[in-house]
Structures are given as C-alpha cells and as structure tokens.
Design a protein around this ligand. Structure first.
Ligand code: ASP
Ligand code: MG
Length: 467
C-alpha cells in the first residue's frame, strides 16, 4: 500500500513523541511504501510571523532574539531526540546552514525595510525546512533510509499568488511522481515539508495557514496514494465540540462534502482546500491522533457507507461574530443591490460568512467576524449609506450554530426538530440560512446561548448514539 502520513506541529514537538513517531513509521515501512509530510514544530510558524512584524517595525534585535529562540528550541530537540552521534552531528550542521540563511534573510529584509508577500513566504517556510530534517534524522537514527525534502524540492509547482498559492497540478504531478518513485525504488522514506512549494520561477510560495494538510493531499493525488492520514492531537472529527458537549462522539465515517463543511466550522481546523485534490481520484483520507494510534480516527471518503448515513452528523459552532442587517426601501426590486454591497466589502478584504435576504428584498443580513465588523460597517456607511442603504443595524457577539450531514437532504421535519429543540431552551434565533444542497443548516444565536443550543441539538438528534 502507498501511504501519505502527515503530522501536525503538536505531534512532533517533544523528543519522546518524535522518537515514537519514527518507530511507528519504521514499522509501517516494513510493509507499506510511505511518504511523510510534516508541519513546522508547534509555535515556529507563529514565531516567524512575529519576526515579520518586527522587521516591519525595524526592530532587528528583537527579530534576532526570536531566531535564537527558534534555534535553541530545535537544537535542544535534536540533542534529546537523536541518539547516534554521527546522525546528530550531520543534522546539527545542516540546521546551522538554515539558521545562517534565516539570519541573512532577515538582514536583507531589514535593509530593504519592507516585507513583501514573496519575502514573507520565504521567511515563514523556514519552520518546515527545520522540522523535516529533524524527523528524517530520527528515522535514520533507527537505521532506516530517509531524506528530507522541501515542497519545492519534491516538485510542488504553484502559481505566484504568495501567501495563498494554488498548485499547478499537471506540472506538479509529473515532478512529484518522478522524485517519489525514485526514492521508493531505493527504499528511502521521503519526509516532505508541508505548507510550501515554489512558483515557476523557483520562488518559495505557501498555501496559507494550516497548509500542510493541503500539501499531503496534493502529493497523495500525484503519487496515487491508497490512503492519506492526517495525524494531529485529536481523535478525529466529532459530533460536537467536546468542550461543550460532554458526550460528543467520534465520527467514524463522513463524506468529502461533509468533511469540507466540518473543516470550515469544526474544532479540528483543516485547510479548506485539503479535499480538492482527492475528489477526482477518490482517495480515502483518515483523520487520526498521533498520540492514540490504536484508534482508527475518522475515515473520509467519496461516499459514506449506508450505516453511517445519519440525518445530522454534527453540530458545530463559531462564536464571536457580528451581524449586520442592511436595510433600505430602495433596495426593493433594484438589480445590483447585493452586488454593490458585496463588492464594497470585498474591496476592503472582508470575508462574509453568512448571507440572507427575504423575498420582500427590503433587507439583507450578513455575518462577519467580530474583528472585521468595524471595518465592514464603516465602509458600508461611507460608500452606500444614503444611496441604496437607509439604515444599518449591528449586533455584536453572535454565534453561528451549524448542523451538518448529507442525510438532511430531502428529509422532512429537520427544521422543525431543530427549531423545536432550540425553542424549548428559550434560545432566540436571529437569522437562518440553508443552501439548497441541504448539507448544512446554520443559524445565529447570542454568544451566551451557544452551549445551550449546541447541547439541545446534540440531544435532539441523539448524536451520542451515532454509528
Ligand atoms: N506551519 C504552518 C502553519 O502553522 C502550516 C501547517 O501547520 O500546516 O500554519
Ligand atoms: Mg499546523
């Protein structure tokens, strides 16, 4: 079997965890061909982003202090993880080259006094450059052949949209499959850095935060993997946030479309484009816990088996949002009203999370993050108030509650069950949306009503008895 196994940062942050992962990988590699994808060690990408902020403020000494923090953390990990002296020495000297390059890069960026999207991607890709060398050496330490490769080195080619790049799949497929086939034929385990690739000019690009998941599925699709495992510190996708619902259950099986919805809302953050590369080849993906490998986790496939087709699979929530009710008589029957509102918001870089408009057309309600609310209101006021808009009504601190499950489609009575349960708990609903895919029914309550609403729905759909 061909496997792509991806580790999140929290799974590879202590010597003990790295050693046990290396052992696990070495065992699997006795019977399967494996390719490993790694995130940066937890906290490293955050530190690198902070360095970029310090560069903008021309605070070079603080930036260099943070580099020393990253350096000593990695060296400590090396010293406590790698037992064989020769492996350790070689690794430390390779890491030293990276640290030197990182300092030189910071020097250059400070001199120029600017952080461009391109230099930013180069800077924040360093976390994975370091982690792959450590993990690969930990495998060497067990006398198994392994080499570290960055996304660029393995052959991931992207567009030049720095910070949010997309792979050019045809070129990528040719290059990645060639690199990996050669390594597999030499019985070498490739350890590839997630999150980054390079554009056609060879400049390093990244996929956006959490992008290592996406790297794993891109590579998995290129090498026609039989399965992809995303290993992190949670058991898989759950029926609700276990911090809110004590009897929340692990979901054994969900479909790609359900998983995409859950990734957007759920407690387990998965890069939103992760599932895209899998759709055509229908490669199964497992979300598993690296600290609990006996557990099979959540299996995500093109379609779920019949037994797993519950009406609703999960109740998720996102708190701390703002609701804006945009009103105005001249909106009625005027083509282009919605376009004007959304273009205005888009120009300001504001992401709209929910939209609803009733057929009277006298108001459009939208939900944005609390942190975007101020900017959203002021740009709408500046550009549209007194023209197509008469009044804006704003509510802060609202929570999105979303029910997800493809079994809702065509099932009669879901909405009445949902709002009946909410009503019994005296929770007020201020907005409702459901796309015609009927895959996701979402509504808005006050932040403070979140727990009551989530628990009530979990109970109403008996999600503790799922599977
Ligand atoms: N290291 C990157 C981040 O923290 C990518 C990833 O973890 O997937 O966002
Ligand atoms: Mg991560």
């Amino acid at each position: 079997m061909k496997l792509v196994i991806k580790y999140g940062g929290t799974s590879i942050s202590t010597p003990k965890d790295i050693q046990s992962i290396a052992k696990h990988l070495s065992l699997i590699s006795n019977k399967d061909q494996i390719l490993v994808v790694c995130s940066a060690i937890s906290g490293t990408t955050d530190d690198l982003i902070e360095i970029s902020e310090l560069i903008k403020k021309e605070n070079k000494s603080k930036a260099e202090q943070l580099v020393s923090k990253i350096t000593s953390r990695h060296k400590q990990l090396v010293n406590k993880t790698i037992k064989k002296l020769d492996v350790r020495k070689k690794l430390l000297s390779k890491l030293d080259q990276d640290f030197t390059e990182l300092l030189a890069l910071i020097d250059g960026m400070v001199l120029l006094g600017e952080v461009t999207p391109r230099s930013m991607d180069y800077l924040i890709s360093f976390g994975e450059r370091l982690s792959i060398k450590l993990i690969s050496s930990a495998i060497n330490d067990l006398d198994k052949k392994s080499i570290p490769l960055t996304g660029k080195e393995v052959g991931i080619v992207t567009d030049s949209n720095f910070g949010e790049s997309k792979p050019l799949m045809d070129t990528t497929r040719l290059r990645v499959s060639k690199t990996v086939d050669t390594l597999f034929s030499k019985k070498t385990i490739p350890v590839v850095g997630g999150f980054a690739g390079a554009d056609q000019h060879g400049h390093v690009t990244t996929f956006g935060r959490g992008g290592s998941d996406y790297s794993a599925t891109i590579i998995g699709s290129c090498i026609k993997a039989n399965e992809i495992w995303l290993m992190s510190d949670v058991d898989g996708l759950m029926t609700a946030d276990p911090k809110i619902v004590k009897n929340a259950k692990l979901l054994k099986e969900v479909s790609y479309v359900e998983a995409i919805e859950m990734a957007l809302f759920g407690a387990k953050q998965i890069h939103p484009r992760t599932f895209e590369p899998l759709l055509a080849k229908k490669i199964p993906l497992k979300i598993r816990n690296s600290f609990n490998v006996k557990n099979e986790g959540t299996l995500v496939t093109a379609s779920t088996s019949h037994s797993a087709k519950n009406t609703v699979k999960c109740v998720s929530n996102v708190q701390n949002n703002g609701l804006i009710d945009i009103q105005g008589g001249s909106m009625v029957g005027t083509p282009g009203t919605a376009a004007k509102i959304f273009t205005t918001l888009a120009k300001t870089g504001i992401n709209v999370m929910m939209i609803s408009q009733n057929p009277s057309e006298s108001s459009i309600t939208i939900v944005v993050k609390n942190t975007d609310l101020d900017r959203a209101v002021s740009v709408l006021e500046m550009e549209l108030l007194g023209k197509i808009i008469k009044k804006l009504e704003v509510t802060t601190n609202v929570s999105i509650i979303a029910l997800i499950g493809s079994g809702m489609r065509g099932t009669v009575g879901v909405a009445s069950k949902v709002f009946g349960a909410v009503e019994k708990n005296k929770v007020n609903v201020s907005m409702i949306t459901q796309g015609s895919s009927e895959l996701n029914l979402a509504f808005i309550v006050k932040n403070s009503d979140t727990n009551a609403a989530v628990q009530a729905l979990h109970d109403a759909f008996t999600l503790d008895k799922i599977n």
